[in-house]
Design a protein around this ligand. Structure first.
Ligand code: AMP
Ligand code: MG
Length: 364
């Protein structure tokens, strides 16, 4: 299969592939997603194959607006609508209860017309989307092309990030092609992602609501709307042996380039100096540093990449996955990275960097 790159003018083609049960790479403001018709279990099943994704790691459903929530969810708390009002369309995923089918609906289904993509599960959403959970992650993305595809297809789009499982998420169509060439029919090119890290995931089925994954919407912003928000321990540390993660996706190794990463957290000038002192001064060491410190590493042989200015965490979020992927195109054997503090979107950058480092963090 040759993977086609579609231009923004070809959004209709992308929607057609989805409606026909195929997979499409879709730009969103966070990262590129690998989309399928979320109501078609056969189509959704192919996502796991193309990514090499474990079956127990659920997907997010992407919808047009909060008006669609009631089609797929039940017991929707008030807080969901308050968050939607403030942050949708945007990089926020809410975990909500799946809508159950009534016995009568199930009966009607069995007696109605059947096709290969009919699902008879107890919930409105196919089990393959939710990994059999009775909760589902819902997001209303902001990227105009992504919204265009959802509107044209008139179906919720199930999509995880468009990378091969375990690799850094794609923030350009080219990244996605690196991983999906020959595996999917098309990628819709919407330019580089403006957020650069995946959506924030907040679980609204518990009290207080719990942050499962930091992302484009910050913890501080969530607290402004919700008051108390718990932070899942897996956000900032490695899950121990035998510990059961709250969300299935949390237990998997993620975002990792081929070479091992060491993340250094602390005052920026200090962490730069720390790295400089430990470099082996060969082309086998790579460095991801803040813009200001590029001159410090000017004499080094290995690849030195900028994550953006120390004070601009938004830029760091946009550049992180590209920097990790760029390291994979070199022959470095070890990667050192400066890591921002946890304020604002720094929590998301630091979380991805720490996961890439297998939580091998040095705090100065
Ligand atoms: P990703 O592509 O990598 O953004 O994958 C979607 C993420 O959403 C994964 O980390 C999943 O574990 C998470 N997710 C999706 N649905 C749920 C759910 N019902 N409960 C908790 N996490 C979920
Ligand atoms: Mg992912």
């Amino acid at each position: 299969m040759k993977t086609q790159i579609l231009t923004p003018a070809e959004a209709e083609k992308a929607a057609g592939i989805l409606k026909g049960g195929g997979l499409v790479g879709i730009p969103t403001e966070t990262v590129y997603g690998l989309g399928a018709d979320g109501m078609n279990p056969m189509a959704v099943g192919q996502i796991f194959q193309a990514k090499g994704r474990p079956q127990d790691n659920p997907l997010i459903l992407h919808i047009w607006s909060a008006d669609w929530l009631e089609r797929y969810c039940e017991d929707i708390p008030d807080t969901a609508y308050r968050l939607a009002e403030r942050f949708w369309p945007g990089p926020l995923t809410m975990v909500l209860r799946c809508k159950k089918r009534t016995p009568q609906e199930l009966e009607e289904l069995k007696n109605g017309p059947v096709c290969s993509c009919t699902h008879f599960g107890p919930r409105v959403i196919p089990d393959v989307v939710t990994a059999g959970l009775d909760t589902v992650g819902m997001r209303c993305p902001a990227h105009p092309l992504c919204r265009g595809v959802i509107r044209l297809a008139q179906t919720p789009v199930a999509a995880p990030s468009g990378n091969t499982s375990g690799r850094p998420s794609p923030t350009t169509a080219r990244h996605m092609l690196e991983d999906m060439e020959g595996k999917i029919p098309a990628i819709l090119d919407g330019g580089p992602c403006t957020v650069g890290v995946e959506s924030t995931i907040i679980d609204l089925t518990c009290d207080p609501p719990r942050l499962l994954r930091p992302g484009g919407i910050t913890l501080e912003q969530l607290r402004e709307v919700l008051g108390e928000v718990a932070v899942d321990p897996a956000v900032t540390r490695q899950m121990g042996e035998g510990e059961k993660p709250r969300a299935p996706g949390m237990k998997y190794r993620h975002y990792a380039p081929k070479a091992p990463v060491t993340a250094i957290k602390g005052e920026a000038a200090q962490s730069a100096a720390y790295i400089l002192n430990r470099l082996s001064h060969t082309r086998w060491d790579g460095v991801i540093c803040f813009e200001e410190f590029l001159p410090l590493f000017a004499e080094e042989e290995g690849p030195i990449l900028s994550l953006g200015p120390a004070g601009d965490k938004g830029e760091q979020a946009r550049r992180l996955f590209d920097a990790l992927r760029a390291m994979d195109r070199t022959d470095v054997k070890r990667i050192w990275a400066q890591c921002p503090d946890d304020g604002g979107i720094g929590l998301a950058v630091s979380n991805r960097l720490n996961k890439a480092a297998g939580f091998h963090i040095i705090e100065l």
